[in-house]
Design a protein around this ligand. Structure first.
Ligand SMILES: *[C@@H]1O[C@H](CO)[C@@H](O)[C@H](O)[C@H]1NC(C)=O
Ligand SMILES: *[C@@H]1O[C@H](CO)[C@@H](O)[C@H](O)[C@H]1NC(C)=O
Length: 338
């Protein structure tokens, strides 16, 4: 018997102590620490960073998606971009049907062909992506089809002077669960909306608190503030905004409303930037052009560029012809340096 073989030993084997110690450590560690996946993205040699932001795009090149894509290529080359951010609604109308859906290549690989766009794409899911196989877009299999693709629920890109926090905002929106208007959503991984939101907020809050980056940027599909078709997302105003305000976030970038837009926060230095104009635009679908904090609104197609140095940020909105429509400059005050 196995018991006989150890009977003569007087003490518990040392490996058991190690095991007990390990168990204690695991139990002591806060359960929300470091759960978000992190990706390090190097800056340029001079410490600066530039990237493009586009949202609401995948329509097999139609609705000017191809025109926007080729202008992104041109501006991307001018700015020597380091990567591209997608604010979600990556594939219309109903996401992907699976990892082998040809729409992935037809709406992504074969559309964003410019040399300057052969960079990492960091993407979040939008509500339309949840209407298909949401898990497929998160799958590493897609990265074998096109290495540029990286889409996860919530994650962090650490680019030295800037830290970018991606949040999957679709499960925040109650109406997708209660009044799905005939659409089906892929909630396989969202067992409980409440638990999902609590964890997403906790993870974001602890990551933001620890961040020492000069620029803190949060990216989600849904707007916090917008005068477009959907307007403000009440759940995000209530649950996400206070966390961003408490942690000196500089920019919140989103899609969802098919427009380009800049709204300032009245209670903090957060700038709300919508870039959801990658293909079909909703011209004329506007709620409140007199909104006090509205800085810029354009209801046609286009995209946005971001250039960052330690001290300065320059953000530009472009139309379908690649013409700069508006520039936003921001800088870190002296009190914020060092
Ligand atoms: C494409 O862009 C041009 C220029 O803004 C616009 O006139 C045209 O209506 C757009 N086409 C579609 C299908 O949105
Ligand atoms: C923004 O800053 C750039 C230099 O970084 C400058 O060329 C440009 O004129 C500025 N734009 C505005 C609107 O202040």
């Amino acid at each position: 018997m196995a018991g006989d073989a150890t009977a003569g030993r007087s003490a518990t084997p040392p490996c058991c102590f190690l095991l007990i110690l390990l168990c204690c450590c695991l139990r002591l560690a806060p359960n929300n620490a470091e759960e978000l996946q992190r990706f390090n993205h190097p800056t340029k040699p001079d410490g600066s960073l530039s990237f493009l932001v586009v949202g609401d795009w995948g329509r097999r090149g139609l609705f000017n998606q191809s025109q926007v894509a080729s202008q992104m290529g041109r501006i991307g080359e001018q700015l020597d971009i380091d990567f591209v951010i997608s604010t979600g609604d990556n594939f219309y109308d109903n996401g992907l049907t699976g990892e082998d859906d040809p729409e992935f290549e037809e709406s992504f690989t074969k559309v964003y062909t410019a040399q300057s766009l052969q960079k990492q794409w960091y993407s979040v899911l939008g509500n339309h992506d949840y209407r298909g196989d949401a898990e497929a877009q998160l799958s590493p299999v897609l990265r074998q089809t096109d290495w540029r693709w990286l889409c996860l629920r919530s994650f962090i890109v650490n680019a030295e002077l800037a830290e970018i926090f991606f949040v999957d905002t679709t499960p925040f929106v109650r109406s997708y669960f209660t009044d799905s208007k005939g659409h089906t959503y892929d909630w396989r991984a969202i067992k409980s909306r409440k638990a999902y939101i609590r964890e997403a907020i906790e993870d974001l809050e602890s990551a933001l608190t620890e961040s020492i980056a000069s620029w803190k940027i949060v990216v989600g599909h849904h707007s916090i503030r917008s005068i477009g078709h959907h307007g403000d997302t009440e759940e995000l105003v209530k649950l996400l905004l206070p966390v961003l305000q408490a942690n000196s976030v500089d920019f919140y970038m989103n899609g969802h409303d098919h427009c380009l837009e800049h709204i300032s926060d009245k209670d903090s230095s957060i700038q709300f930037l919508t870039s959801g104009a990658g293909s079909k635009a909703w011209r004329g679908d506007i709620k409140d052009v007199n909104r006090k904090d509205l800085r810029f609104f354009y209801d046609g197609q286009g995209f946005m560029s971001v250039q960052l140095s330690q001290a300065d940020a320059e953000i530009v909105f472009y139309n379908v012809f690649g013409e700069a429509l508006r520039t936003l400059n921001a800088s870190k005050g002296l009190h914020q340096s060092i």
